[in-house]
Design a protein around this ligand. Structure first.
Ligand code: F6P
Length: 563
């Protein structure tokens, strides 16, 4: 699909939104008072997710115009092109088929996309079977290290999409992990990461998964070499005659689209799990990139995760726009970003297990939609990708919520919670039995209420507040939130949440007319790092090629570095 994108600002709907925003005076108190049907009308379900947009800064004319905008720019047409496997990633000339990773093996012929005549669903399930078999062998103890010792720790080496998804899901699904089998993750080129992650591990019982789509990423290959040296040194200390090839074969597996490079690195192709160029790194958690997670939670739970993804894919693919949750949430973000001037978007999980979810979403949303040109190379005509950030509640409440409640900036926020806690602890307060999860949920509910409805000066005065401090204690309200609830943080619900944000991101990119599946913006820094490296080590010629600031920084480094 290489047609020129429709300029969203040229549509009739955009003109309507531009007119509507002029007189837009959000008043959630009044809207709720005057409209008894608001909550029901603006509450939606998608799979197990209950999504309440009633506290959004949204009224009926705006919602109608946003839906018209989606129609005029052709969001659903682009969605269908994605599901069909068309090359909607135009700057890399690739299909975008992460949704095929979670299609059931017996998906109907009309739902099985093919790339270059190849049935990708069959390929996906072939690899899945191999990953599941490998994970089962590690989990049961059938796969041992070279000394015959059972594997106790699996270390995933990867960065970006080859790290953030597995880490986030490993944390989120902690209650589902196999006891006695630990996973650790090394991503950063900072040698501290490898050093501290390997500390205390026994090489004989440690297995490494080198995860890299391209198998050319400096960080991952460097860390993989460090781990290989650590492994061989450790094993050699008790067996000087160690056969290195057998040791690497028993302690290293790889996940990549570049299986030739895996072999060059010395990893047995039998121990490599492939995926395809039509899976973007930040969309790859549910490919073989999730192998460490499969080892941790087992194939059955991983299949439930995939089924959760698929449920939301189906919702996005088949639900009419007016009830289509990812589409609506994406359009709402367009309203906030391009009409109400929001620059950031907070994601606030009231679920400690989701503590890495905001970090995961940062790559998903910002690497996808942080673009200034459209897919035909023309400049964008609006602001694009917001800055996503967040921390779990209630920790955030005691840190940055002050700004969300009383600051000068508009910060739309998604609040996420589950009905059933993973750990249903109870407390005793003043002789009363207390469900601690309810303390958490009370905060979730209180925060969205305070943000929406605020507190007027008269209400502050009525509490007997001294007049001089009344202004400081006023809450304006009308600070928008979306509440997302689910029954529990099961593997399926996690898959549903991730797919929800994938399709929100897609919707925004489609409206803006950008290619949400490339990431050229990360390349220049990588190139310059190669160029500056020799300068750092004292190469005069390389030093002479730098800008005036860089040699000064290098001089400081050289003066202070202890050798
Ligand atoms: O530099 C950005 C990036 O290309 C991401 O898009 C990707 O997830 C990450 O690097 C890691 O890439 P790879 O899996 O190829 O090592």
């Amino acid at each position: 699909m290489t047609d020129a994108p429709v300029d969203p600002t040229s549509t009739a709907a955009w003109s309507r939104l531009t007119a509507l925003v002029v007189d837009f005076e959000p008043d959630l108190r009044r809207w709720f008072d005057e409209d008894a049907g608001r909550v029901e009308r603006l509450t939606y379900t998608a799979g197990d997710l209950y999504v309440d947009l009633s506290k959004a800064l949204l009224d009926e004319p705006v919602l109608a115009a946003l839906l018209d905008l989606a129609d005029e720019v052709g969001v659903t047409g682009r969605r269908d092109a994605m599901f069909r496997g068309e090359h909607i990633n135009v700057t890399e000339d690739r299909a975008v088929l992460h949704t095929a990773l979670r299609l059931p093996a017996d998906a109907a012929p009309g739902e099985r996309p093919s790339v270059d005549g190849q049935d990708v669903v069959a390929d996906v399930h072939d690899v899945l079977r191999r990953v599941y078999d490998f994970a089962d062998r590690v989990r049961s103890g059938a796969w041992t290290g070279v000394t015959g010792t059972r594997i106790r720790t699996v270390v995933n080496i990867g960065i970006g999409g080859s790290d953030l998804g597995p880490v986030m899901a490993f944390e989120a699904l902690a209650p589902y992990r196999q006891v006695g089998l630990e996973c650790r993750f090394i991503s950063n080129i900072d040698p501290t990461d490898a050093a501290t992650t390997l500390a205390g591990l026994d090489p004989a019982s440690t297995l490494f998964i080198v995860s890299s789509k391209t198998f050319g990423t400096l960080e991952t290959l460097t860390n993989a070499r460090l781990c290989k040296a650590w492994l061989l040194d450790g094993l050699r200390s008790s067996d000087p005659a160690l056969d290195e090839r057998s040791a690497v074969a028993k302690h290293f597996v790889a996940v990549s689209t570049a299986l030739d490079k895996v072999a060059d690195f010395g990893i047995d192709p039998d121990n490599a799990f492939g995926f395809w160029d039509w899976v973007g790194g930040r969309y790859s958690l549910d490919s073989a990139i999730g192998t460490s997670l499969v080892v941790a939670i087992g194939p059955e739970r991983f299949s439930e995760l995939l089924a959760g993804f698929h449920e939301i894919d189906e919702h996005f693919r088949t639900t009419e726009p007016a009830r289509n949750v990812p589409l609506l949430m994406g359009l709402l973000n367009i309203w906030y970003t391009d009409f109400l001037g929001a620059e950031t978007h907070a994601v606030l999980p009231y679920a400690q297990l989701l503590h890495r979810f905001p970090a995961y979403l940062q790559q998903l949303t910002m690497e996808s939609n942080g673009k200034s040109v459209r897919w035909d190379g023309s400049p964008v005509t609006t602001d694009t990708g917001e800055i996503f950030w967040g921390e779990p509640g209630t920790n955030g409440q005691h840190a940055f919520y002050q700004l969300i409640h009383q600051g000068t900036r508009l910060v739309p926020a998604d609040f996420i919670a589950v009905a059933n806690p993973a750990y249903p602890l109870r407390d005793t307060q003043d002789g009363q039995d207390v469900d601690v999860h309810e303390l958490l949920l009370a905060n979730f509910l209180a925060q969205t209420r305070a943000l929406a409805f605020g507190k007027t000066a008269d209400e502050v005065r009525a509490e007997g507040t001294e007049e001089a401090v009344v202004p400081a204690r006023v809450f304006t309200g009308n600070r928008p939130t979306t509440s997302i609830l689910a029954p529990e943080l099961s593997p399926s619900v996690l898959g549903q949440l991730v797919a929800l944000y994938e399709h929100i991101t897609f919707t925004q990119g489609a409206v803006w007319g950008i290619d949400s599946f490339d990431q050229w913006g990360v390349e220049l820094g990588k190139q310059l790092a190669q160029q500056v490296g020799p300068a750092l080590s004292g190469d005069a010629e390389a030093l002479a090629e730098q800008d005036p600031s860089t040699p000064a920084l290098i001089a400081y480094y050289q003066e202070h570095r202890r050798r």
